[in-house]
Design a binder for this molecule. Structure first.
Ligand code: ATP
Length: 472
C-alpha cells in the first residue's frame, strides 16, 4: 500500500467558506470523506439520506469495486448560513486509476462535473451515470445547478491523501461486518469480497489480560504502547505511536492469547492470520495479500492484527534468486509498516514468532516492529498463576499440595499450554478413578453424580507425569 506524502496545502479551503456556520464546515467534511476512500469504500454526499441510499442500492452494481465501508456526509440546512437549500446526492468511490462520481439523485436530478466553463454536452450526468473526477474539477448537483450564483454552491474535488481518521469522527460510517451471514450488502461485490478466503475478523474476544498468567511485565508494556493510546487518544495526539509489536519465544506460552486479550482490553477489532496464509504461488500474489491485510487493519481501526509465524514471510533477505519471492514479501511488509507509521490510525500489528533470529533486521527496527517482547517459558511463579487461572472452576480437593504439583511442572519445563492440559487431564483421571466413565457408558450416570466429582493429588500427579513423559 502506498500512501502519498501529506501535503495539506493542496486542499482547497475556499469552497463554502462563509456560507456555513458549523465547524468543521461541510467543505472540510467533504474533504475528510475523500481522504478516507480506499479501493473498498465509498463516500455519499446527500441531502436526503433515505432516498440516496435507495438510489445507491439501485445503481450499486455499476460500481466495480467491493464496498466494505460507506461514509455518508449529510448536507442539512443547518450547514448553511442563508436558507438557500443545497441539494446534493452523489457518491464518490476510488479505483486504482483514480476517483469516480456516481449520480444517486432522484429521476430528474442532474449532476454536473465540470472543469472551468460549463459545457452542457459533456458535463451533465443523469441518475445512475458515472464519470471520472479530475483534480480541481467542480461537482454540482440538485438546485445549485439551477440557482448557480458564481462561486457558491459547489464541491471542489482535489486529489486527497489517505487519512480516514477524520472521516470516522465527522461522518456517518457503515462497515460490512465480518461473518458472511451478517454482511452489510452494499453491492454484489461486497459479498464476493467478504466470502473469499480472508483473515478472520472478530469483535469480541473471550480472553482478558486477567486470563493470562506469569506475563505481568509484558502486559504492562502492552498497556503502555497500545491499550492506553487506543483508549485515550487525546493524551497521545502529538507523539508517534509504535504500531508494530513482535512477541517472540517458545511455542505455547501465550502469544496468541496475548493478542486476543489485547484486542479485548482496548475494544478493538481482532484480525487474525497465519503468515503462511499470506503466501501464494502466483507472482505478486503474496504482496497483494499483505497489502490487503494492512488495508483491513486500517479500515477496521481501532484494530489489532495478529500475524502468527511471522518468520515464514519475514526471513532475512539474501538477494539470491531462490529467495526472490521471500525478499519481495519482506519488502512489501517493510513498505506497509512504513506507511502505517505515517498515518494516525489506531491499527496495531502484533506479530508472533518462535524464531526471532530468522527475521530480517530491517523489519525489527523502530518504526516497523519496533517493540520486541519476549514471552518466555513460565517460571515457578508463572506456572502457579497459570495453574490458578485454569483450575479456578475445577473441583480440586483442598488437601492437594499445590506447590508440590507446581514444582513438578516447573522441573519438567511445562509451557502455559502444558499447565492447562494437566488440569484437563486431571479431571479425566478423576472421572476414571471414581467410576464415572463406566456409569456414563452404562447410561446410569445421573446429574447428582456431578457434585461428587473431585480431583485429588494422584489425579494431578498422573496428569503431570503423562505430559512430562511426552515432552522427552
Ligand atoms: P505458538 O507459538 O505455538 O503459536 P502461543 O505462544 O501463541 O503458541 P497460545 O496459543 O497463546 O500459545 O497458548 C495456547 C494455550 O495455552 C492457550 O489457549 C491457553 O489455554 C494456554 N496458555 C499458554 N500460555 C498461557 C498463559 N501465560 N496464561 C494462561 N494460559 C496460557
Amino acid at each position: 500500500m502506498r500512501v502519498a506524502a501529506i501535503n495539506r496545502s493542496i486542499y482547497n479551503r475556499t469552497a463554502f467558506q462563509g456560507l456555513f456556520q458549523n465547524t468543521p464546515n461541510i467543505s472540510d467534511k467533504f474533504r475528510f470523506g475523500l481522504e478516507a476512500l480506499d479501493n473498498n469504500s465509498i463516500l455519499t454526499v446527500t441531502s436526503n439520506a433515505e432516498s440516496s441510499d435507495m438510489m445507491l442500492e439501485l445503481y450499486s452494481d455499476k460500481i466495480d469495486i467491493p464496498i466494505l465501508k460507506k461514509y455518508t456526509l449529510k448536507v442539512t440546512p443547518s450547514d448553511l448560513k442563508d436558507q438557500n437549500e443545497l441539494k446534493a446526492n452523489f457518491a464518490i468511490f476510488k479505483k486504482n486509476d483514480g476517483y469516480y462520481v456516481l449520480n444517486i439523485g432522484n429521476t430528474f436530478d442532474l449532476l454536473i462535473v465540470r472543469n472551468g466553463e460549463f459545457n452542457p454536452q459533456k458535463d451533465m450526468f443523469k441518475p445512475g451515470e458515472i464519470t471520472k473526477l479530475k483534480d480541481g474539477c467542480i461537482i454540482e448537483t440538485g438546485e445549485s445547478i439551477y440557482s448557480y450564483k458564481g462561486e457558491k454552491d459547489k464541491f471542489i474535488f482535489k486529489n486527497p491523501c489517505y487519512n480516514p481518521e477524520r472521516a470516522e469522527k465527522y461522518l456517518e460510517v457503515k462497515s460490512s461486518v465480518e461473518t458472511p451471514t451478517q454482511i452489510h450488502d452494499f453491492n454484489k461485490r461486497t459479498i464476493a469480497a467478504m466470502t473469499e478466503s480472508r483473515p478472520k475478523i472478530t469483535t469480541k474476544q473471550e480472553f482478558r489480560f486477567s486470563d493470562i498468567g506469569g506475563l505481568d511485565d509484558v502486559i504492562e508494556k502492552l498497556k503502555q504502547y497500545v491499550v492506553r493510546p487506543i483508549n485515550y487518544p487525546q493524551v497521545y495526539s502529538n507523539i508517534r505511536l509504535n504500531k508494530g509489536i513482535l512477541l517472540y519465544g517458545p511455542p505455547r506460552c501465550g502469544k496468541t492469547l496475548l493478542g486476543k486479550a489485547l484486542a479485548n482490553e482496548c475494544n478493538a477489532k481482532y484480525i487474525e492470520c497465519n503468515a503462511n496464509e499470506l503466501k501464494t504461488g502466483e507472482v505478486g500474489g503474496s504482496e497483494t495479500r499483505i497489502r490487503k491485510l494492512f488495508k483491513q487493519a486500517i479500515a477496521n481501526a481501532p484494530s489489532i492484527t495478529f500475524i502468527d509465524e511471522l518468520d515464514s514471510i519475514a526471513k532475512k533477505r539474501d538477494g539470491s534468486s531462490n529467495a526472490r519471492f521471500d525478499d519481495a514479501m519482506v519488502n512489501q511488509l517493510l513498505g506497509c509498516m512504513s506507511d502505517l507509521e505515517k498515518i494516525r490510525v489506531p491499527a496495531f500489528i502484533v506479530a508472533a514468532t518462535n524464531m526471532k533470529s530468522l527475521i530480517d533486521k530491517a523489519l525489527l527496527a523502530t518504526g516497523r516492529f519496533g517493540l520486541h517482547l519476549e514471552i518466555p517459558m513460565p517460571n515457578f511463579e508463572g506456572i502457579k498463576q497459570i495453574f490458578k487461572i485454569h483450575s479456578k472452576n475445577q473441583p480440586i480437593e483442598e488437601s492437594v499440595p499445590i506447590p508440590e504439583i507446581i514444582k513438578k511442572m516447573f522441573d519438567n519445563k511445562f509451557s502455559g499450554s502444558d499447565v492447562a492440559e494437566a488440569v484437563t487431564d486431571s479431571y479425566f483421571n478423576a472421572l476414571e478413578r471414581m467410576g464415572m466413565n463406566k456409569k456414563m457408558d452404562a447410561k446410569t450416570f445421573c446429574y447428582n453424580d456431578l457434585k461428587e466429582i473431585i480431583i485429588n493429588k494422584d489425579d494431578l500427579l498422573k496428569a503431570v507425569e503423562r505430559i512430562a513423559k511426552q515432552k522427552i
